[in-house]
Design a protein around this ligand. Structure first.
Ligand SMILES: *Cc1c(COP(=O)(O)O)cnc(C)c1O
Length: 356
């Protein structure tokens, strides 16, 4: 049976990206050696990093004056590296979920933190609006896509202070005006690559402004200066990222990814709104194109396990919602086909016909 992978992360990747990475793990670049056993300083590996950086810049139209670096440690390590590198006195955070809360918590150890707004009052089902960003903050941190709650900030907001965004789960899903950001970062395992890789896009001139001592490994300048080769970077994940960057370029780039993302989301949200058993959890104007969350209406709540079992029997994988939201979550990253979403919609309709 064909499986449709709706996992939230690590998550679906294009089949050819997986095959190409697997092939390189057996024989990298006709060297007779595995990608797993070569030096990161091997002559034929440097071009992998160089091309990945170049494709990042090309696909996201990154202006001059920004560096792209590849690190380990996940988005979670960035939560502490950001205040280490940018927080002198005061930072502003928008609290839109668990990840945003974790980022904010780390900053509190470094200085004053202003939470400009929070949607915790309604279990993060919406993106707050009409908040004020303090003009004297060193930076303003946002989480553009809230993977757990299915909410998303899909436009590049104006900020009077340097803007820093966690784009772990929506990077490469739409064109981004990088010039509006001082830094964009994320774990690669949602929409870019296999697990084990963190990407950082950072404005060079914003670095080196804090007065504190920064440990070498936590100083972005170390990695910018050494082109992600200060220490051993995650070699195989970087290779998988390159394969996916090539794939995205060959398939129309981020404009094409955005078009399919909207198509998928429109189909699934239309069914959630039509189907008499289900209801979406995120407020309509905050809905994510990447993680689509829904639950059974109160009168059908006891059918939750039945629907999961039914969907699983039809080949759906990973549609169980996060424990903080419950119900269901269909993560629809770039590699998810429209056909996959249609298969899930067919499940929902069949289930409705059997239970209405
Ligand atoms: C998954 C996720 C994280 C955590 O990423 P790690 O790489 O596991 O540290 C952070 N932020 C967002 C928005 C996420 O979706």
């Amino acid at each position: 049976m064909k499986k449709y992978n709706f996992n939230a992360g690590p998550s679906i990747l294009p089949r050819e990206v997986i095959e190409q990475t697997a092939a390189a793990c057996l024989d990298f670049d006709n060297s007779g050696l595995s990608l797993m056993e070569i030096s990161h300083r091997a002559k034929n590996f440097q071009p992998v990093v160089d091309e990945a950086v170049a494709l990042f810049k090309e696909l996201l139209d990154i202006p001059e004056g920004y560096s792209v670096i590849f690190l380990g440690g996940g988005a979670s390590l960035e939560f502490c590296m950001i205040p280490f590198n940018f927080l002198e006195k005061k930072a502003a955070y928008l609290n839109t979920g668990v990840w945003a809360t974790k980022a904010e918590k780390e900053a509190k150890a470094f200085g004053e933190v202003v939470e400009v707004a929070s949607s915790a009052d309604k279990n993060f089902t919406y993106i707050p609006k009409n908040y004020e960003i303090p003009a004297d903050a060193d930076y303003f941190h946002i989480t553009t896509n809230n993977t757990i709650y299915g909410t998303e900030i899909r436009e590049d907001i104006d900020s009077p202070v340097p803007l820093i965004a966690d784009m772990s789960s929506d990077i490469f899903s739409r064109p981004v005006d990088v010039s509006k950001y001082t830094m964009i970062y994320g774990g690669a395992q949602k929409n870019l690559a296999m697990a084990g890789l963190t990407f950082v896009i950072v404005k060079d001139e914003a670095l080196g402004k804090v007065t504190r001592h920064i440990p070498t490994m936590l100083d972005y300048r170390t990695h910018v200066k050494k082109g992600s080769m200060f220490n051993t970077p995650p070699v195989v994940p970087i290779y998988s990222a390159l394969m996916n960057l090539r794939y995205m370029k060959a398939h129309g780039g981020v404009e094409a990814m955005a078009k399919i993302a909207k198509e998928r989301a429109d189909i699934l949200y239309a069914e959630i709104d039509r189907n008499s058993l289900f209801v979406g959890t995120a407020e309509k104007d905050s809905r994510s194109y990447m993680n689509i969350t829904f639950v059974l209406k109160d009168e059908y709540k006891e059918l939750e396990k039945d629907f999961l079992d039914f969907a699983t029997s039809k080949g759906m994988v990973g549609v169980k919602g996060h424990r903080d939201v419950g119900g269901f979550r269909a993560s629809c990253y770039n590699a998810m086909s429209v056909e996959g979403v249609q298969a899930l919609v067919a499940c929902m309709q069949e289930f409705e016909a059997a239970h209405k």
